[in-house]
Ligand binder design. Structure first.
Ligand code: FE
Length: 187
């Protein structure tokens, strides 16, 4: 009886050890997945505090110019080197052309030869929404206004320091709000 109890006790020890080993394995696996997700989430943003603007296509059509509607609601792209903000060097903020939401600062704008206004970061990561775009045989990250969902452009990882990112944005998707004291007009 005593030897049977000892055997049972040993079996229980083995089972407990296997259970603990499984728990540790699962925990490690979870940690690994979380770490991987965090690495991939460089392109993700939080929209928790933003109240989305939702309008019908007809409403947007009545409010936006034909070109703005095409770019922002149908994900079009303006011709390179034609945008009105490409050469703008004034201090201020670039806001969504459809809803006025602040998107980029002039401080993050830099000169590039890609043909569209480019920024190395958004005003706040939560102000833009990033979506995987596999259209036209390419893998890109599309950028949309986090509030109205309007298409802005794409973001690439070939930008300058400090972020290494290039937010390549259609001028037609942006309005510009000059800084109140723009004494550093570089034009
Ligand atoms: Fe917007």
């Amino acid at each position: 009886m005593c030897s049977i109890s000892k055997k049972s006790f040993n079996n229980m020890k083995k089972i407990s050890f296997l259970f603990l080993f499984s728990v540790v394995l699962f925990a490690c696996s979870g940690t690994s997945q979380k770490s991987s997700f965090q690495t991939q989430s460089a392109f993700t943003t939080s929209t928790d505090t933003i109240v989305p603007i939702k309008k019908s296509d007809d409403e947007w059509k009545s409010e936006l110019s034909a070109e703005t509607y095409w770019v922002m609601r149908e994900r079009g792209t303006e011709r390179p080197f034609t945008g009105k903000w490409l050469a703008n060097k004034k201090d201020g903020q670039y806001v969504c052309a459809a809803c006025g939401y602040p998107l980029f600062s002039s401080e993050a704008k830099y000169e590039t030869e890609c043909g569209w206004p480019s920024f190395y970061e958004s005003l706040d990561k939560s102000h833009v929404k990033e979506i995987v775009d596999n259209s036209h045989g390419m893998h890109r990250i599309e950028i949309r206004c986090a509030r109205c969902g309007g298409h802005l452009g794409h973001v690439f990882n070939d930008g300058p320091k400090p972020t290494g990112m290039r937010y390549c944005i259609n001028s037609v998707s942006l309005d510009f709000v000059p800084a109140k004291k723009d004494s550093t007009d570089k034009k």
